[in-house]
Design a protein around this ligand. Sequence first.
Ligand code: ACO
Ligand code: V55
Length: 280
Amino acid sequence: MSTPNEPWGNTVDVEFEDDIAFVFFNRPEKKNCMSPALNREMYATLHTLELDERCKVVVLTGRGEAWSAGMDLKEYFRETDNKGDAFKMHTRDESQAWQQIKLRFHAKPTIAMVNGWVFGGAFTPLTSCDLAISSDDATYGVSEVNWGIIPGGNVTKVLADTIGQRNALYYIMTGETFQGPKAAQMGLVNESVPADQLKARVVELAKELMKKDPVVLRSAKEVFKRIGAMDWDTANDYIYAKSDGAILRSGGEFRNGAMKAFLDDKKLKPGLDTYDKEDK
Ligand code: ACO
Ligand code: V55
C-alpha cells in the first residue's frame, strides 16, 4: 500500500531487492502508456528514492508486456486538447519534469531494463536512464508519424544525440519497428540479451556500479550530461569545479584509500579493478 512517505503504489510500483529499487511502469492493461497521473507519480517516486537508503541503483522497467507504449493518447493528448492552454502546458511540464529533469539527473545511477514495447514518448525516459539493457524480444518504434504528429517531448533530440542522423531519420520518417539487437547495434541501449537473462544482467551491472564512490558516480554522469551544450573552455573549467566538488562532498576517503592501495601497499591495480573500501 502507498503511504505518505511512499508515493508509489498505483500507476507506478517499486520493489526493493539487493539494494536496487526496481521502479515499474504499472499500467500493464494499458501497455504502461504515460498518463498525467503516471507522470506525477513517477516524479514523486523518483524524488523520494533519491533519499531512500534501500535504493543504491534505480532500475526502470515495466509490468507485463510493455516497457512503455509512450504517451497516453487518450488522457495525455485527446483529453487535454479542450481543457485550455494552461492545462495542456501544465500537463507537459509534469511529463518533462520526471523524464528530462528528475530521471536524467537522478542522484542514483539509473538503468533502463527494457522488457517489452517502447514507443514514441518512451524514448525520452529510456535515454534519460544512464544505462540501458534490452531484452532481445523488446520491440521499439518511433511511431508518432504513424498517427500524425512529429516526435515531441524531446524524442527527436534524444534520438539525434544517441543514434545519429541516418538511423534517427529512418525511424522518425518510417515509424517502422525494430528489436533489442538493433537497438544495441545503434547505441540506443548498451546491450541486448535473451529475455531470460535480462534481470540477471541488470543486477550484475547494478552491483558493479555499487562498488564505486556514489558521490563521484553522480558527478561523473552529471558532467557528461551537461557538457554537450558547453564550449571547450567552459567544459574544462566546469569539469575541474565538479571534480573538486565531488572530492569535497565525498570526503575523498575512497580516492585516498585507493591511491594508498595502489602506490604504497601495491595491492590494487586501478586499471583493472575497483578499489574495495572494506579491504583496508
Ligand atoms: N495510449 C493510450 N492507450 C494505449 C496506448 C497509448 N499509447 N498504448 C496502448 N493503449 C491501450 C489500448 O488502447 C488498449 O486499451 P483498451 O483495453 O482500453 O482498449 C490497451 O492499452 C491494450 O492495448 P492493445 O492495443 O489492445 O494491445 P496490443 O497488444 O494489441 O498492442 C501495442 C500493443 C502495439 C503497444 C498497441 O497498443 C499500440 O500500438 N499502442 C500505441 C503505441 C504508440 O504509438 N504510442 C504512442 C507513441 S507517440 C507518443 O508517445 C507521443
Ligand atoms: C511526445 C510528444 C509530446 C509530448 C511528449 O512524441 C511526448 C512524443 C507533442 O507533445 O508532450
